[in-house]
Design a protein around this ligand. Structure first.
Ligand code: FAD
Length: 466
C-alpha cells in the first residue's frame, strides 16, 4: 500500500506518532508550504523552517517531496497522480488548521482514501481536559494541576524510531523552490546563533538536563544566565516532542526545578488549549472589558520600541537581542511587553505581530496567549494595574548589567548605579562612560511616572464602564 506522510509542525523522525503508524506502508513524505499560511510566516521562522526541512530531508534519505500551493488541492492532486491509498498526519491544534483538516477529511472520505491523524505535539489534547461541568478551564493552576496532572489520560510515552520504505514521487522537487531564505544578510545572524533540526534539538535538551535544569526555578529569571532550555523553536517546529522532553526530565527525579520546568511545558499546553476553546482570542481581547480601552498606538513610539531605542536599557537590550538572535529571554519578553502595552499604551496585537516576524520560536498559540497575558486582557493574566518598572527590573534581574551591556555595548562603561537609568547620571559620570544622551544612547521616550499614571487612568475609564 502507498501512503503519504504529511509533515507539518512535526519535523522529526523519532517519536512521530503518524509516521510510526505508517511504517507498514510505502511512504511518500511530503511537506506543503501553504500559499495562504506562508503569508503569516515571519522572516525568522522562514529561516528556521528552511534549515529544519533540509535536516529532515537528510534523515529521510533525500526523499522529502516539497510543494507550494493550496494544501487541500495539492494533497488531492498527489493522491491521484501517485496512486495513494492512505494519508497520515499529526494534528496542528490551531483553529484554522483544524478547520482545514475537517475539510480535507470530508474530501478524502468522498474519494475513498484512508486517513489517520494523531496527536504529536501536545501532552494533553485540548478536548480531553475540561472542568467537572464540561466547560474549559480559564485559570492556569487548576487547568494544569487538576485538569492535566489528575487526568485519566496521562501523556503518551515517546515512540521508538522505526524503519520505513520511503518512496519518491514522479516529479522531482527542491527545497530552494520554496524560497524560504530571505535575500538579506540579516539571516546569517540567525544561522550563526542556532543549529536547527532533530539532532540539534536532542543535543540541546541533553545539555540543558546536564547543565541548566539544576537551577531552573530561580535561575530562569536571569537573562544573562544559561538556566533556560532554549528549546522553544525546536518545539514549535516539532523537531522534538513535548513527550520526549517531559519523560526525559521526569526520569531525572522529582524536585522543585524539574517540577517547575514541566509546569512551563504546562503553560505551552495552556496556550494551545486556550486558542482551541476560545479561537476569537487570536484577534480579539479574551477579556471583552478591554474592547473599550483607549489605546494610543503611537507609530513613533512603536518604531522606537521595535528598534530598541526607547531610552530604557533593559527594554532596548531585549529588543536588540530579538533582532540579533531571533530570541528573547522570557523575563525580558515580559518587561518589553509591559512597556509597550502599558507605558506606551499600545494594543498588544502590535507586539504580537513584531514578535511573529522576528522570533525563531514564533508560535500562534504561545505568542497570542502570552501577549494577552502581559496586557492583562487574557486568561489568568497579569492584572493590568501591575506595571513593570523597567529600571527596577533591570536592577533586580541583570544586576551587573551583563545582559544589557551585551546588547548595548555603548553602555558598557556605565557604572551599575546608572546603567538602567542613564538620564539620572551626573554629567561627569556620563562623560567618563563615553555616553552622550541623545547621540550615543537616546533619552527616554516617555517619562516612567507619568506614563504609568496615564495607563492607570485609562484603565480606570474601562473599569467605570463595566
Ligand atoms: C510577550 C510574550 C510572547 C511570547 N511569545 C512566544 C512565542 O511566540 N513562542 C513561544 O514558544 N513562546 C513564547 N513566549 C513564552 C516564553 O517566553 C518562551 O516560550 C520561552 O522564553 C522560550 O525559551 P525557552 O525554550 O528557553 O524556555 P524554558 O524556560 O526552557 O521553557 C521550556 C518550554 O516551555 C514552554 N514555555 C516556557 N515558558 C512559557 C510561557 N510563558 N508560555 C508558554 N510556553 C512556555 C516553551 O515551549 C519552552 O520552550 C512568549 C512570552 C511572552 C511574555
Amino acid at each position: 500500500m502507498r501512503a503519504i506522510h504529511w509533515f507539518r509542525n512535526d519535523l522529526r523522525v523519532a517519536d512521530n506518532p503518524a509516521l510510526y503508524a505508517a511504517s507498514e506502508k510505502d511512504v511518500l513524505p511530503v511537506f506543503i508550504l501553504d500559499t495562504h499560511d506562508a503569508k503569516n510566516l515571519g522572516e525568522a521562522s522562514k529561516v528556521w523552517l528552511h534549515h529544519s526541512l533540509e535536516k529532515l530531508n537528510q534523515s529521510l534519505g533525500g526523499k522529502l517531496y516539497f510543494i507550494q500551493g493550496n494544501t487541500i488541492d495539492e494533497i488531492m492532486r498527489l493522491i491521484n497522480s501517485e496512486k495513494i491509498d492512505a494519508i497520515y498526519w499529526n494534528k496542528v491544534f490551531e483553529p484554522k488548521q483544524s478547520n482545514k483538516d475537517s475539510e480535507l477529511i470530508d474530501l478524502l472520505k468522498k474519494n475513498g482514501v484512508e486517513h489517520h491523524s494523531f496527536n504529536g505535539s501536545l501532552l494533553w489534547e485540548p478536548e480531553s481536559v475540561l472542568k467537572n461541568d464540561g466547560t474549559p478551564y480559564k485559570v492556569f493552576t487548576p487547568f494544569y494541576r487538576k485538569g492535566c496532572m489528575k487526568s485519566e489520560s496521562t501523556p503518551r510515552e515517546p515512540l521508538p524510531r522505526t524503519k520505513h520504505n520511503f518512496i519518491n514521487a514522479k516529479e522531482e522537487t527542491t527545497l530552494s523552490a520554496l524560497n524560504l531564505l530571505p535575500n538579506h544578510r540579516w539571516r546569517e545572524k540567525i544561522e550563526s546563533c542556532w543549529s536547527m533540526g532533530e539532532e540539534s534539538a536532542m543535543r540541546r535538551l541533553n545539555h540543558f538536563l546536564e547543565d541548566g535544569i539544576q537551577n531552573y526555578k530561580e535561575g530562569r529569571n536571569f537573562p544573562a544566565k544559561a538556566f533556560v532550555s532554549r528549546l522553544s523553536p525546536h518545539l514549535h517546529f516539532g523537531e522534538i516532542s513535548p513527550n520526549q522532553i517531559w519523560f526525559k526530565a521526569r526520569a531525572m527525579g522529582d524536585n522543585k526545578n524539574i517540577d517547575h520546568f514541566c509546569s512551563e511545558l504546562g503553560w505551552r499546553e495552556f496556550s494551545h488549549y486556550l486558542i482551541h476553546h476560545f479561537p476569537f482570542m487570536l484577534e480579539e481581547n479574551l477579556n471583552k472589558n478591554f474592547d473599550a480601552f483607549p489605546w494610543d498606538n503611537n507609530e513613533v513610539f512603536i518604531q522606537s520600541w521595535k528598534s530598541g531605542e526607547t531610552g530604557y536599557p533593559i527594554v532596548d537590550a531585549g529588543m536588540r537581542e530579538l533582532w540579533e538572535t531571533g530570541y528573547m529571554h522570557n523575563r525580558v519578553r515580559m518587561i518589553v511587553g509591559s512597556f509597550l502595552v502599558k507605558n506606551l499604551l499600545t494594543h498588544w496585537s502590535y507586539g504580537k505581530d513584531w514578535f511573529n516576524d522576528c522570533l525563531v520560536d514564533a508560535d500562534l498559540a504561545n505568542n497570542t496567549a502570552s501577549w494577552q497575558w502581559v496586557a492583562g486582557t487574557g486568561a489568568d493574566a497579569a492584572p493590568y494595574f501591575r506595571i513593570f518598572n523597567p529600571v527596577k527590573q533591570g536592577q533586580d534581574f541583570d544586576k551587573d548589567g551583563e545582559y544589557t551591556k551585551r546588547y548595548l555595548p555603548q553602555l558598557s562603561n556605565m557604572p551599575d548605579k546608572y546603567l538602567f537609568n542613564p538620564w539620572e547620571a551626573p554629567e561627569e559620570i556620563l562623560d567618563v562612560a563615553g555616553v552622550k544622551l541623545g547621540e550615543t544612547y537616546p533619552y527616554p521616550i516617555v517619562e516612567l511616572k507619568a506614563s504609568r499614571e496615564n495607563a492607570l487612568s485609562s484603565f480606570s475609564q474601562i473599569k467605570k464602564k463595566k
